[in-house]
Design a protein around this ligand. Structure first.
Ligand code: ADP
Ligand code: ZN
Length: 614
C-alpha cells in the first residue's frame, strides 16, 4: 500500500509510484533496473506490452545524469516524449523532423542538466558532432530500443544499427541496455555480436500474452468474416487489419469506410505525409482502424489497440507474433483474428520460389512458412504452440484460444485425400485448386468440356463434399506438403509423401473447419474483446472519455498520453472520491493527480452512487 515508509526504504519503487502511478514492478523490470543501476550492461527480451521502457526510464530518474534512448522510430518520438511530460519527466528528442533552432535548444537544455531522457535516431547519434556533444554531458545509460534491427535475420534490419558498436568504444564506462520483443536465438546472437554486448546479462521474460485471445478461421469471404468479427466484438474499438498487398489494403480500408467504420490505409506506396497523417490519426483519435501492410507497426505503443486482424497469412510465426503483439498492451482483453486459405499458401510459396534469395535464406523462409501453417492447422492449444516455438515451456491448455474454447473436431479424410490426390494426378499435375474441385464435383464448365476432363475416372467422384469442404481438403494437403505448387502457373503437383496415402497405408485426419466462421457466445463476449463496462457505468465511461479527449485536444497530444483505458476502467470499478483514493488508481502519479485530480473528482462525485456521503 501507499504508506510513506516505502518511500524511504525503497527509492526505486518510490519513483515508480510517484511518477508512473503504478503499484509494483512487473516480470523482470526490477531485476533489469537494479542491474543497470549497478553499472552493468543488460539485454532484455520481453514481449510487446511487458513494459520494456520502464527499464530505462526509471534509471533516468534515479541516476545523476542523462539516459540516451536510441530508437529508429522518429515518427513516434514526439508522442513518447509528450507521454513522459504528462508524468512530469523531463524528456526530449533530437531528430531530422526538428528545425536547427529546436535541436540547438534541446542540446542547450541537455548541457544544463535539464533533461533526464533524450531520444535519438541511430543515424543522428552516429554523426561526429552528436558524439562530441554527448561526450560533454554526463551520460548514465545508453538504451538501444528495437535492438533486433541490428540483425539481418529479422524483418526490420536497419544498417545504421551496425554502427552502434561505436558506443562501446567511445563510452566504455557507460552501461548499455538493449531491448527488443524479438526473441529468436539468431537475433539474440546478432545483438550480442554486433552491439558488442558479450558482457551483458541476458534477461528473457515469458512471451506469453495471456490477455490476447487467438482465433484462426478458414477463409471463405474475408470481408464478410471481418465484418462479422468486428460487429460481434469490436463495434467501436481501435484496431489494426493486416493485408499482404497495397492494393488490398486500399480496397479493405475503403470497404470498411463504406460500412460505417473509420478506417485508414497505411503502406509503403503512400507518400510520407499521408502515412504520417494516418498514423497520427490512429494514435490520437479513438476507434480508428488502420488497414496496413507489414510496413506498419514497429514501435506503435498505443495501449488500447483492441484487435489485430490478419486477412492474409503472415510469412512467419515471428512476424505474426510481432504484429499481434500490438494488441492489448494495456493488459485488457484483446483479439488476434486470422483468416487463412489455400490461396495464401500458394501465393506465399510462389513468392518464395520466384524470389532471388540465396539457398540458405530460401530454406529458412520456407521453414518459417511451414511453421506458420502448422500453427493455423493445429487442433491443439494455439498459445502452447506459440510459446513452444519460442522455446518456452507451457504445458497446460490456455483456455483463451479458439481451440481451447471450442475443441476442434477432426474427420477421417483418407478417402477424400485419395480422391483429391488422384484428381491432381489424372489431370496431369498442372491445374489449380478451383479447376480440380470442378472436376471432383462433376461440373461441366467450359474448361472441362474443352479439356475433355469429363472422361477422367475422377470426374464427379467428389460429390459427397461441397466446394467449401474440398477447399479445406486441398488447403490441408498443401499445408502438409502432400501437394506442392508449380511456380509459374500455380498448378499443383504430387510429392513423394503422397505414396503411402494413395496406397492406403497412411490414414489422414483433417480438421473440421467451423461452419459459421465465428460464433460468439454472448456470455464470453465481454471477456474476450470488449471492455466490461456495465450498462449503468456507460455514462460515466463516456464522461471520462470526453474529459480525456478534451484535455488531449487542448494539449495536442494523443488521448492515451492523458489516461489509459485501464485507468478509466479502474476509476469505474473503484469509484474513488478522495484525493488519497485517486492517487492509488492505476497510472495516476503525482503530476497527473495535481493536474487532473480536481476534474476527475468532480466527475466521480457527480456519479457517486446514492447514499455515499460526499
Ligand atoms: P513495451 O515497450 O515492452 O512493449 P511499454 O513499456 O510500452 O511496453 O509498456 C506497456 C504498458 O504497460 C504501458 O502502458 C506501461 O505504462 C504499462 N506498464 C509498464 N510497466 C508497468 C508496471 N510495472 N505496472 C503497471 N503498468 C505497467
Ligand atoms: Zn489455448
Amino acid at each position: 500500500m501507499h504508506d510513506s515508509s516505502h518511500h524511504s526504504v525503497d527509492p526505486v519503487l518510490a519513483v515508480l509510484r510517484q511518477y508512473f502511478g503504478f503499484e509494483a514492478f512487473r516480470g523482470f523490470q526490477r531485476e533489469v533496473i537494479d542491474h543497470l543501476l549497478a553499472g552493468q550492461d543488460a539485454i532484455a527480451l520481453m514481449p510487446t506490452g511487458a513494459g520494456k521502457s520502464l527499464c530505462y526510464q526509471i534509471p533516468a530518474l534515479l541516476l545523476p545524469g542523462m539516459v540516451v534512448v536510441i530508437s529508429p522510430l522518429i515518427a513516434l518520438m514526439q508522442d513518447q516524449v509528450a507521454a513522459l511530460w504528462q508524468n512530469g519527466i523531463r524528456a526530449a528528442f533530437l531528430n531530422s523532423t526538428q528545425s536547427s533552432q529546436e535541436s540547438a535548444k534541446v542540446m542547450q537544455l541537455a548541457r544544463q542538466g535539464a533533461i533526464d531522457l533524450l531520444y535519438l535516431a541511430p543515424e543522428r547519434l552516429l554523426m561526429e558532432h552528436s558524439l562530441t556533444f554527448l561526450s560533454q554531458i554526463p551520460i548514465v545509460l545508453f538504451a538501444i530500443d528495437e535492438a533486433h534491427c541490428v540483425s539481418q535475420w529479422g524483418h526490420d534490419f536497419r544498417p545504421e544499427y551496425l554502427g552502434l558498436s561505436v558506443l562501446s568504444e567511445r563510452f566504455p564506462t557507460v552501461p548499455r541496455l538493449a531491448v527488443t520483443a524479438t526473441a529468436t536465438a539468431l537475433t539474440r546472437d546478432d545483438i550480442i555480436k554486433y552491439l558488442k554486448l558479450q558482457q551483458a546479462k541476458l534477461f528473457i521474460a515469458s512471451f506469453d500474452r495471456p490477455n490476447i485471445h487467438y482465433t484462426v478461421v478458414a477463409k471463405n469471404d474475408p470481408k464478410q468474416q471481418l465484418k462479422r468479427f468486428l460487429d460481434a466484438e469490436h463495434l467501436h474499438d481501435a484496431g489494426i487489419v493486416y493485408c499482404l498487398s497495397r492494393k488490398r489494403v486500399e480496397e479493405i480500408a475503403e470497404w470498411l469506410v463504406q460500412n460505417g467504420r473509420r478506417a485508414l490505409p497505411y503502406h509503403a506506396g503512400l507518400d510520407k505525409e499521408t502515412r504520417q497523417r494516418n498514423q497520427s490519426q490512429f494514435l490520437q483519435e479513438e476507434g480508428v482502424i488502420i488497414v496496413a501492410t507489414i510496413a506498419f507497426g514497429m514501435g506503435i505503443d498505443k495501449p488500447d489497440v483492441r484487435f489485430v486482424a490478419h486477412l492474409d497469412l503472415p510469412k512467419s510465426l515471428e512476424g505474426y507474433c510481432q504484429e499481434i503483439g500490438r494488441a492489448g498492451r494495456d493488459g485488457l482483453p484483446a483479439n488476434a483474428f486470422l483468416t487463412y486459405g489455400y490461396e495464401d499458401v500458394i501465393k506465399l510459396r510462389r513468392l518464395l520460389i520466384n524470389s532471388q534469395l540465396t539457398e540458405n535464406l530460401a530454406r529458412s523462409a520456407r521453414q518459417q512458412l511451414d511453421t506458420m501453417l502448422a500453427y493455423c492447422e493445429t487442433t491443439n492449444c494455439r498459445r502452447q504452440m506459440l510459446l513452444r516455438h519460442f522455446n518456452e515451456a507451457y504445458s497446460h491448455a490456455c483456455g483463451n484460444c479458439d481451440n481451447c474454447r471450442a475443441p476442434v473436431s477432426t474427420w477421417d479424410g483418407s478417402i477424400a485425400a485419395q480422391k483429391a490426390l488422384s484428381c491432381v494426378y489424372r489431370t496431369g499435375q498442372r491445374f489449380g485448386v478451383e479447376h480440380l474441385i470442378d472436376v471432383l464435383l462433376g461440373k461441366k464448365t467450359e474448361r472441362i468440356i474443352a479439356l475433355e476432363h469429363m472422361q477422367l475416372s475422377t470426374f464427379g467422384i467428389g460429390s459427397d463434399l461441397d466446394a467449401r469442404q474440398w477447399r479445406s481438403v486441398f488447403r490441408q494437403l498443401i499445408a502438409a506438403d502432400l501437394l506442392v505448387i508449380e511456380p509459374v502457373y500455380g498448378g499443383l503437383r504430387l510429392t513423394e509423401r503422397c505414396r503411402p496415402v494413395l496406397r492406403g497405408e497412411q490414414a489422414i485426419r483433417f480438421r473440421q473447419d467451423a461452419k459459421a466462421p465465428i460464433a460468439v457466445k454472448k456470455d464470453v463476449q465481454a471477456k474476450r474483446g470488449t471492455l466490461s463496462v456495465h450498462h449503468h457505468s456507460k455514462e460515466l465511461w463516456q464522461t471520462l472519455k470526453k474529459l480525456r479527449q478534451d484535455i488531449a485536444r487542448q494539449q495536442g497530444v494523443p488521448a492515451y498520453c492523458i489516461f489509459h483505458d485501464a485507468t478509466l476502467q479502474e476509476l469505474i470499478d473503484k469509484r474513488p472520491i478522495t484525493e488519497q483514493d485517486l492517487s492509488k488508481i492505476y497510472g495516476i502519479g503525482s503530476r497527473k493527480l495535481k493536474e487532473y485530480g480536481a476534474d476527475l473528482l468532480r466527475i466521480m462525485k457527480q456519479f457517486a452512487p446514492d447514499g455515499i456521503d460526499v
